[in-house]
Design a protein around this ligand. Structure first.
Ligand code: UT7
Length: 330
């Protein structure tokens, strides 16, 4: 393998649908309370897309920001990796939809299904594609419209998920040391039923009965997922740090998947990082699956928490189960 860094993030962007739904709004339709949600998750509000807002429409805003920040135009993009579990259509990919919305054609484009760590998986795939000569400038998007697959009458999931999009332009690294220092990916498909959508795929195609039984919506065994998340996120931090040849004291900022503040705190504790070195923004967006890490990256830069030269670790876990981590020099 070529000596790292092979790829760095030249530009990032994010966008959310307009409508903000607070915990107090949810109190009106669900047997829940703002206090319970804040205490058990840390979430205070989330964004839900309205009918005129497609995944492509708000991902386009995030992608255009990332491309502009990289000082490029859409025509400079060699390929698009679009991580999502809520594509606009079953066929074709939302990556192709985004390519068309950007007004370009010719480069490659595909969707990547890895749930919450989708953006981390996408970064690792983009780096690998650069290594084998399939592009020098790759757009990685993590975006979701989880409101479309959430049972809004199920208080154990409806309070958690939100919609949003994040994007990054990865470019071939120069000699300044900026870029990806390590990647780690993992999965355990034997635990799939703990967090899944039972129906609506080709194994159990859409039917009136399926919709009546809500088999097209997310089912989650929250407590079990919680335990698995802490274990996998902890292991992922160890792997990413050691693969980069670093120790936890070298990490300037941890950007974890924003699912639950208690999972984040446990992960940080395991990694030996004080919460001052951890970025948290889930109070504003809830759990946005693959959009969570890039939404946090953008906010961390905007808030001055992530500055050039810092070493940042991204770590994520979700349905599959799948997990992964990346250490990079910003
Ligand atoms: O992004 C992919 C990964 N996903 C995650 O990481 C999510 C992981 N899981 C979690 O974040 C947490 O398990 C939840 C936030 C989903 C739930 O928190 P918990 O502390 O594990 O609660 P629990 O499921 O053990 O439920 C405790 C109680 C139950 O009542 P009883 O049986 O003790 O009477 C639930 O029925 O809380 C009740 N409950 C609620 N009460 C008010 C569950 N949801 C709610 C709610 N409002 N929204």
């Amino acid at each position: 393998m070529t000596k790292r860094p092979i790829a760095y993030l030249a530009g990032i962007g994010s966008a959310t649908p307009r409508r903000v739904v607070t915990n107090t709004d949810l109190e009106k339709t669900l047997d829940t309370s703002n206090e319970w949600i804040v205490e058990r998750t840390g979430i205070r509000q989330r964004h839900f897309a309205e009918h005129d807002e497609t995944l492509t429409s708000y991902s386009l805003v995030a992608a255009q920001q990332a491309i502009a920040q990289a000082g490029l135009s859409a025509g400079d993009i060699d390929g698009i990796i679009f991580a999502t579990v809520t594509p606009d259509h079953r066929l074709p990919s939302t990556a192709c939809g985004l390519q068309a919305a950007l007004g370009v054609a010719g480069g490659w484009a595909f969707d990547l299904v890895a749930a919450c760590p989708g953006f981390v998986y996408g970064m690792a795939v983009a780096e690998g594609m650069m290594e084998v000569g399939l592009g020098d400038t790759i757009l990685v998007v993590g975006a979701e419209k989880l409101s479309s697959i959430t049972d809004q009458t199920d208080r154990s999931t409806a309070i958690l998920f939100g919609d949003g999009a994040g994007a990054a332009v990865l470019r071939r690294a120069g000699t300044d040391g900026r870029g990806i220092l390590s990647t780690y990916l993992g999965a355990d498909g034997t635990l799939a039923p703990l967090l899944h959508i039972p129906g609506g795929g080709s194994a159990d195609p859409l039917s009136e009965e399926l919709i009546r039984d809500k088999r097209h919506l997310i089912k989650m065994a929250g407590r079990e997922v919680f335990k698995a998340a802490v274990l996998a996120m902890s292991r992922s931090t160890d792997e990413a740090i050691s693969r980069a040849g670093l120790t936890s004291s070298d990490i300037d900022l941890l950007i974890p998947h924003q699912a639950n503040l208690r999972i984040i705190e446990a992960t940080a504790k395991h990694a030996g990082l004080p919460m001052e070195k951890v970025f948290v923004n889930l109070e504003r967006y809830g759990n946005t699956s693959s959009a969570s890490i890039p939404l946090a990256l953008v906010d961390a830069v905007r808030e001055g928490r992530l500055k050039p030269g810092m070493v940042v670790m991204l770590v994520s876990f979700g349905a599959g189960f799948a997990w992964g981590s990346v250490v990079l020099k910003w």
